[in-house]
Design a protein around this ligand. Structure first.
Ligand SMILES: [Zn+2]
Length: 81
């Protein structure tokens, strides 16, 4: 199983092989549980619960305080601070 990483410079998430395929940075770190992420183009912000292949399960709370656990494709996610 491939492990997912994130790029420290552009924050994109993928199974990079030593180099970011978005910005060519070599500043790559492993994506671990509880890493805060944003779903690109949405207001969804949550934390990594599980990683399975190219899917990342995110735990997030919406504006009505409902908790959701939902899988998203790694390419739709960005690491946040
Ligand atoms: Zn990058």
């Amino acid at each position: 199983m491939k492990k997912l990483s994130y790029c420290v410079d552009c924050k994109r998430i993928a199974s990079f092989a030593g180099e970011c395929t978005y910005c060519q940075s070599q500043n790559i770190k492993q994506l671990t549980r509880k890493t805060p992420v944003n779903v690109i183009g949405t207001k969804i912000k949550g934390r990594v619960l599980n990683v399975k292949d190219q899917m990342v399960e995110i735990l997030y709370i919406d504006e009505n305080k409902n908790t959701f656990v939902k899988p998203f494709e790694a390419e739709k996610l960005k690491k946040v601070l």
